[in-house]
Design a protein around this ligand. Structure first.
Ligand code: GDP
Ligand code: ZN
Length: 460
């Protein structure tokens, strides 16, 4: 694909900083830069080695705009595979802005979000799953999810998908050969048997990748966790204990957590997107009501519910109502304030709700928090201790594509079992092939590509 315009954007994040970078990519990068940049030596940028920092100044006419270092990365050995110029100027709002304006006036167009990475994809330097990993690297919340994104960026997922596709191609070739040689005769059943066992093998491999998607999604997007319970049981205290710093307001007055507090915390590599709420209950207080409404909404979408009860108080109807609500949810029950004399009827809880883990805590005395964290980790990994470095599907788009590929493979296998015409079977295999291609971007629509990159930052 040939892209003929030159794009530019500020690549560093807005605000004050040590340096700011204006990035230009496209055919006219060098020409534009030479018009506004003068090196100290008087030489042109291209007279230096590629990827060398050249010291000089950006001029607007005779006026110095800033003192800069300019790097020229000649295509195809650049991020986008096009000619790239990066102008390193002094950090701060005006310097980058003035330089960008100059570049635009000389004929570049302002880049759309993610457009540099999009060009890297369109120009074939990386595939779509790698491009998506770029944003995952930028946004990852824990070391573990960062490592996963880095591996995807290196192409670990692409490699696996290509392996599957190669196997599909082999199956298709097998069918072709058979068709060529047995036009008139019946297809031998050994052909069907071979096809079936190969398809079965492929399915096994695809399934084992597919099954990582649930954990993988949590790794990438966080485990949406909501802490519920009636006022004053210790929800905010728990959140603070987990955060190990006081961001939520903790008081003795019931219902003071007025707003929803949302934080990412790192539980042994798992990003927990934790939400403290005003508690699910009826309220007249309008400010608090916002919190309650929201908490109901979060409750619905939560991956994990932590229900907190107070050991020093008897179970109330309010408690029982909440217990009722979590019956069908992934939930952990916490009985807090175990440092105080117990008044709670634990048996009644157990009677009411089976197969939910109950953890006793005293947030005040820092007891039980470790156990809670371990329980969360167990729930995410569901007992199967995956190697931290094993490949995972972290992106819902990839999961959906893989799911469709597996469905088509199932169709193929049914068709093989029924000894259908080979032409028929090959249609199913072709579908497997193209659904797999959606992951790497080989077989996706332009619209979808636009949607994916729209989510990126400017200048990336
Ligand atoms: P929330 O309304 O559920 O968010 O409850 P808070 O976290 O605001 O806590 C209410 C009160 O209970 C505060 O005074 C806390 O210090 C106290 N509290 C929290 N956890 C414990 C605990 O384990 N033991 C005791 N004795 N008090 C606690
Ligand atoms: Zn609170």
């Amino acid at each position: 694909m040939y892209i003929d315009d030159t794009i530019a954007a500020i690549a560093t994040s807005p605000g004050e900083g040590g340096i700011g970078i204006v990035r230009i990519s496209g055919d006219k990068s060098l020409e534009i830069s030479n018009e506004i940049f003068k090196s100290i030596s008087g030489k042109k940028i291209e007279e230096y080695n590629t990827r060398t920092l050249v010291y000089g100044h950006i001029f607007e006419g005779d006026k110095i705009i800033d003192e800069v270092l300019v790097a020229y990365m000649k295509g195809p050995y650049s991020y986008t595979r096009e000619d790239i110029i990066e102008i390193n100027c002094h950090g701060g709002f005006l310097s980058v802005k003035k330089i960008l304006e100059l570049v635009l006036r000389k004929g570049a167009r302002i880049a759309e979000p993610g457009e540099f990475t999009k060009r890297a994809f369109l120009n074939g330097r990386i595939d779509l799953s790698q491009a998506e990993a770029v944003i995952d690297v930028i946004r990852s919340k824990t070391d573990l999810s960062y490592d996963m994104a880095q591996r995807q960026l290196e192409g670990s997922l692409s490699y696996e998908i290509q392996k599957f596709r190669t196997k599909v191609t082999e199956l298709l070739a097998h069918i072709e050969v058979t068709l060529d040689f047995s036009e008139e005769e019946e297809v031998e059943s050994v052909t069907y048997d071979t096809l079936y066992s190969k398809a079965q093998e492929l399915k096994k491999d695809m399934m084992s990748l597919y099954e990582t998607a649930e954990t993988g999604k949590i790794m990438r997007d966080g485990l949406k966790t909501v802490i519920i319970g009636k006022p004053n049981v210790g929800k905010s205290s728990l959140l603070n204990a987990i955060l190990k710093e006081s961001r939520a307001i903790v008081t003795d007055i019931p219902g003071t957590t007025r707003d929803i507090i949302e934080e990412f915390v790192n539980i042994k590599g798992i990003p927990l997107k934790i939400i403290d709420t005003a508690g699910i209950r009826e309220t007249e207080d309008i400010v608090e009501k916002i919190g309650v409404e929201k908490s109901k909404e979060f409750f619905e979408i939560a991956d994990l519910v932590i229900l907190m009860l107070d050991a020093s108080r008897e179970l109330s109807k309010e408690d029982m109502d909440i217990i009722e609500k979590i019956k069908d949810k992934k939930a952990i029950i916490i009985i807090n304030k175990t440092d105080l004399p117990s008044k709670i009827d634990e048996e009644k809880i157990k009677e009411y709700i089976e197969n939910k883990r109950i953890i006793k805590t005293s947030i005040k005395e820092r007891i039980g928090i470790q156990e809670l964290e371990e329980q969360i980790v167990n729930m995410v990994y569901k007992g199967d201790v995956r190697q931290n470095n094993s490949l995972m599907i972290t992106n819902v788009r990839h999961k959906n594509a893989l799911e469709k590929a597996i469905q088509s493979l199932d169709d193929a296998m049914v068709a093989i079992k029924d000894k259908m015409f080979l032409d028929f079977i090959s249609v199913d295999f072709k579908n497997v092939w193209s659904y797999l291609g959606e992951v790497t971007g080989d077989t996706v629509s332009e619209d979808l590509i636009d949607v994916i990159f729209r989510d990126f930052c400017i200048g990336k």
